[in-house]
Design a protein around this ligand. Sequence first.
Ligand code: ADP
Ligand code: MG
Length: 246
Amino acid sequence: KAAVSKVPKLSDEEVAEWRKEQNITLFSDTCPHPLTKYEMCTMVPQSIHKKFTEQGFSAPTAIQAQSWPILFENRDIVGIAKTGSGKTLAFVVPAILHIAAQSPLRPGDGPISLVMAPTRELAQQIEAEARKVLPTTMRVACIYGGTPKGPQVQMLREGVHILVCTPGRLIDMMEINRVNLLRVTFLILDEADRMLDMGFEPQVRQICSQIRPDRQTCMFSATWPKEIQALASTFQRNFIRIHVGS
Ligand code: ADP
Ligand code: MG
């Protein structure tokens, strides 16, 4: 009982004040209160809290604080925030909770969470960031072009919970029937504006159209041009859009 009463709770006024301080703008009528302190994140397992401590993190970043409760409520999100704001864990932590709530992977099952990124370097950074907090029972793999497919095919065959990819290599794997997207229910488009700048829109659309429509979808972008708006309205329903910074 004592532990429960220790969970800090923000009033509506404090939430408004915090959003103002953090320069967060919401584009939705309803949005859950941010989780501005780790002590508020009672749904996050202790093992992950321990990893935050090990990394020397003292609190969720603004984008994490506001994205987590939205994603924990199974809503879709579009997050607009600049580089270095901690967007990766804004989606990786909810992905881990989502995966933990699913039945375990069986042989031949594909990933439960799929992350698309525009470049090999960005995909590798996401994988590295995910490994900082990933439970030992969950596997992540990263696939990208410009390197032999063999080892990546082998990783997919062994089964992964989170697959980070560039769109081109994922389509290569789909074409040779080496990846199964039937279990994907948590989809992330990271750096969506760069993905479109690099001409990946047809590939992104092709991949998204193969994923079950009852999935949860997150999109992150540094900017909000009309091309991204069009993509979001095609692939996400009833999403909450948040902007961090100007
Ligand atoms: P973005 O995708 O927004 O550019 P990243 O997810 O790559 O940002 O994170 C940038 C850096 O911030 C990484 O080194 C990451 O480990 C670190 N980071 C993430 N969350 C926190 C936190 N809560 N406190 C401090 N540093 C964090
Ligand atoms: Mg990033």
